[in-house]
Write a protein that binds this ligand. Sequence first.
Ligand code: MN
Length: 233
Amino acid sequence: MASEYVFTPPAAVSIPVVGQAARFPVHRIYCVGRNYEEHAKEMGFTGREPPFFFMKPADAVVVVAAGETGTMAYPTLTQNLHHEIELVAAIGTGGKNISAADAHKHIFGYAVGLDMTRRDLQGDMKKQGRPWDIGKSFEQSAPIGPIVPVAQAGDVERAEISLQVGGKDRQRSNVSKLIWSIAETIEHLSAAWELAPGDLIFTGTPEGVAAVVAGDTMVGEVKGLPTLTVKVI
Ligand code: MN
């Protein structure tokens, strides 16, 4: 009997949702660059620039259940793998040209994510004016914890955000310091792409990005959401 596909298609990528059995199926992963002033400065930039975006493939997701320690393999080609702790907004209702005033209606929930970055390769590409993909869009580059529906998530836009490695603070700030708010980000994103249910938006990282090595355990938090714990192996 002829099969519908020439090979078995990959399973859908999905993330557990707190308080319900149904999972959140992932469509696209959008990431905002340099969206906290102190991080922009540490990367050599100042001032408020228009928001800019890059993407990761959906299968870059590493799902980490609440209370568990996830693992990510140290990727190839890099000697400077950086952590970027981020609040992630999960889109439940799609649309294009969404105004900031309407943006919150499109958010299903929030999670804690890590935008893992091969900083040395990203830096090489920046210098040459080439795409960042090799620095940002590799396998397992997007560990993420469970999604908390908006109604249970509390005031995540004014929550403390932090990352510890080996029990020591690396990053600590507050989501209120985002240069472009989540609503403004959705307005800009949806002018350029049609957002769809299942899209994830990594909203940017505060200052303190630094390297991890195999054996390190990262503990990321946004107050009010499940902690994200990931060991690099
Ligand atoms: Mn980032």
